[in-house]
Design a protein around this ligand. Sequence first.
Ligand SMILES: Cc1cc2nc3c(=O)[nH]c(=O)nc-3n(C[C@H](O)[C@H](O)[C@H](O)COP(=O)(O)OP(=O)(O)OC[C@H]3O[C@@H](n4cnc5c(N)ncnc54)[C@H](O)[C@@H]3O)c2cc1C
Length: 479
Amino acid sequence: MDTATAKKMDPFLAELAGIVGPSNASDAKHIRYAYSYDLSFVQPKLPDYVVMAETVEQVQEVLRLANREKIPVVPYTAGTNIGGLTIPERGGILLDLKKMNKIIDIDVADGVAVIEPGVSHAQLAAALGPLGLRFGWPVGPPSASVSSCCISHGIGGMNARYGLQSQEITSMEVVLPTGELVRAGSCAIQKDAWHSVLPLPQLDGLFKGWLGTTGVVTKLGINVHPAPPILKIFTVSCNTTQDMYAYMFNLSNYEICDDITAVSWWLSQVPIPYPYIPKPADAAEWNSYATTFSWSEKERDARVEIWEKVVAEEQKKGSSLAVTHYPEEALRGRTQLPSQVVGSTKNYCKMGGAGISWPGTFTPAKKWAPVYTRWKEILIGHKLSPSVRMSMYRGVHYGMLRAMIPFNKQNPAETENARRAIVECLRVDLDEGGIPYKPPVDFAKEINLRADPGYLMLLKRVKQMLDPNDIMNPGKLGF
Ligand SMILES: Cc1cc2nc3c(=O)[nH]c(=O)nc-3n(C[C@H](O)[C@H](O)[C@H](O)COP(=O)(O)OP(=O)(O)OC[C@H]3O[C@@H](n4cnc5c(N)ncnc54)[C@H](O)[C@@H]3O)c2cc1C
């Protein structure tokens, strides 16, 4: 930077540039624009500055400065969350962490990887593969950050077995909104011990599910798992949601699958139809795939035996369950992870004109059928595909229900149409006991409307304690 440029520079930008270097801090409109929108229905908003940090110390200094000046900070890794979560509600600094992308350690003996926030699914998969290890890759973009997925209660390909990505977290290092560096989990007691958040008080909970509103995670420990070589996928179809639920419930109880998922006919199309088209009369309403991994053919055959028993039991009850082929390209896209088919968004928004949003929820599986019936009415009423996914997590303990809705983002009326339909779907789900994950502000407000006052008071008190000047991703919690 020459002296003339430095003189002209906004003094706050100059301070930021002093911390991260002039090439890593900008207020140029074309750069800010790139961070002002995402795929979702959430309206674009510009940050005032974009900053790329490369070290933990830089993150600390940026937060100290922002806290002193009461300027908002939005943590960002790839912006693929589909909920407007990195769109700055109140401007400020967009803190892009993708240059902090070191895999610090892979401890094969403890089955733990320690990563920086910019490490992507593709990057970690490439490092774990040669070691015979794996993680539960989401059916999302391979370029998205592993740690963001984990701290946002993300969903991946081993959830039926191990639960959510956040349940794989073993330890973390965090910069607080006021700039202090803190640790939670075993690494807080011995700096190189990254193996477990238990049996300590679960302080990591202060940074999981908070949508970047309580601090910036700068290192994360996660469990990684051995990768058995033999993949067997069970595929079936059903004509009713109740039949599909009964099959998935029955199979889940045996806990033999890494992933048990069903998708409606619309979601099994590549790309998903936009606007809505009726399903062909002879096509099943639901297709399901269940992935299993085995160490030997004998083990695989034992899994097949259990699955065949489940299918026979369901069919004996009069279920519409049939053993069928899952649509080829969609099956590859959902089971060969990280996915280059689904994750590329090819099937999600190719027809839609670049928009996707979701009511993504944890909904008790026994409520899938009534909620899906209502969702279908609402979505078709708005000329949108009921492209819905249902998955079982950790045996039968969580049910996930979500609709991936493509829409034409280039047309404001069509975007608003999708927003209204999705928020209406969300209300139906909340009324049945479901809870949205990675919620956009529209959803957060709906959650807060129903929330126990004590819960809201505690939430606000914790936020106030950690972030007294409300600088971290302000507005995202809906209050
Ligand atoms: C086609 C498609 C399919 C998808 N499928 C899935 C799926 O199967 N499962 C799934 O879970 N997700 C899925 N997603 C959503 C998305 O990929 C995930 O939410 C992903 O984890 C977000 O990662 P990101 O790097 O883009 O995070 P970002 O969008 O950049 O950030 C997500 C949130 O985390 C906060 N944040 C980021 N870094 C930090 C940090 N270091 N400290 C504190 N807060 C931070 C941000 O402020 C924001 O609130 C899909 C997305 C697309 C486009």
